[in-house]
Design a protein around this ligand. Sequence first.
Ligand SMILES: [Zn+2]
Length: 127
Amino acid sequence: MKSTLKNNKNDPMHSKGWAYHMSPRCLAKTRSGSPCMSPRTKKPDGTYNSRCRMHGGAKGSGPKIGNSNALKTGEHTKVAIKWRESERRNIKEIHNFLNFVIATNDYLADQKNTVRRIIKKASAGSI
Ligand SMILES: [Zn+2]
């Protein structure tokens, strides 16, 4: 059985002209020193990457230049972080002012727990 398959032109493993056999090779240097003979991966446009599925880091591969992949919502941009910090400072100032008003006003001092609850509810979830 083995001898009939050997050098058989109909054996798909040894046929020439198939897309797999005709595709360009990776040729990355393997750990044994020989070039990698795996086929290069195909891009969606039909052209080939310069390396196979196992070898990366070829010229022209890798992430996009800049921070374009990381930017999704803009929530963590410098501007957004600074804006939130300033809003927190403003809210803190308002709380301090309202606490001052409560402390100096006799009527509100009696109702301070109610007023504090209203303030907490108003600012909850805003920043
Ligand atoms: Zn390879």
